[in-house]
Design a protein around this ligand. Structure first.
Ligand code: COA
Length: 273
């Protein structure tokens, strides 16, 4: 995958996490190809730092997550660290706390996110992909959660997203067997939204990101907030937040611009306010 970057890459975690921006799109690359982009604790923390930086960059309207090397998105947590950091419940708690804090940034991300998946997407990699708003994959990708093959529990957050995407039966089949499925099956069960030939994947993903970045940011934020509330238990839903973002849209300059551009038969230019 290559593209002409507008900004130079910023490196985190000794270069195993990379970040750049291009025309309103932030890109985070998991860059540990020798280990199929397996995530060390340092990488989780670098990932969090990259997410925070793109979140706070006003020029960025959408964020793409991808893996380097062409063979994997992320092959899960780095198993070679488990002996030291995850060998029992107490050690695992600290590991889970530190890695979950970074995933929480993605779960609560205020901008749209796209996982661009080429190759293996396993375990913790699935967790990252499932936390993104949209998943786009190449034909040759493979998906699975081999927790039962390792003897670890996948946890509430990961399974909540899995069940909401594919339903309880497929979640059980994947979790009980630890099986891997291909892109066609992942598409069929709703784990990914679109699948492309590998040579088209990056251009298609960027095309989607640019389509999003040209739309009205507040309207997208309204959709993101409202869909997140729909997924919550009714008792937990924040209907006031939905009302507030709805009002912000209706009072925005962008809504005026959208109306005027339509009437004048031109493309709107949205500012996000
Ligand atoms: N953690 C640590 N190292 C990993 C890794 C992981 N999750 N996934 C792959 N690697 C390493 C391998 O140990 C190997 O290292 P080596 O070159 O020093 O032997 C290297 O990456 C390449 O992996 P390999 O298995 O030779 O490549 P492959 O293309 O045949 O298979 C996978 C790739 C991802 C299918 C396979 O490596 C695998 O099953 N990994 C474990 C996935 C997993 O269980 N994830 C859940 C963790 S919670």
């Amino acid at each position: 995958m290559s593209d002409i970057s507008s900004t130079a890459e910023t490196a985190y975690a000794d270069g195993k996490i990379l970040k750049h921006t291009t025309r309103g799109v932030g890109v985070i690359t998991f860059n540990n190809p020798d280990k199929r982009n397996a995530m060390s604790l340092e990488m989780w923390e670098g990932f969090g730092a990259a997410l925070t930086s793109l979140r706070d960059d006003d020029t960025v309207r959408v964020v793409i997550l991808r893996g380097a090397g062409g063979k994997a998105f992320v092959s899960g947590a780095d198993i070679s660290q488990f002996e030291k950091t995850r060998h029992n419940a107490a050690a695992s708690e600290e590991y889970a706390r530190r890695s979950a804090a970074q995933r929480a940034l993605l779960a609560d991300y205020p901008k749209p996110t796209i996982a661009c998946i080429q190759g293996f997407c396993l375990g913790g990699g699935m967790q990252v992909a499932m936390l993104a708003d949209i998943r786009i994959a190449s034909h040759d990708s493979q998906f699975g959660i081999p927790a039962a093959r390792l003897g670890i529990a996948y946890g509430y957050d990961g399974l909540r997203h899995l069940v909401s995407l594919v339903g309880p039966s497929w979640a059980r089949l994947l979790m009980y067997t630890g099986m891997r499925i291909d892109s066609a099956e992942a598409l069929r069960i709703g784990l990914v939204e679109r699948v492309f030939p590998v040579d088209d994947l990056w251009a298609e993903t960027m095309g989607l990101a640019h389509a999003i970045s040209e739309n009205a940011p507040l309207a997208i934020k309204a959709a993101k907030i409202t869909i997140a509330q729909v997924l919550k238990d009714e008792s937990q839903r924040d209907m006031d937040a939905i009302k507030a973002i709805g009002n912000a849209c209706m009072d925005s300059q962008d809504f005026r611009e959208g109306r005027q551009a339509f009437m004048q038969k031109r493309r709107p230019k949205f500012q996000g306010r």
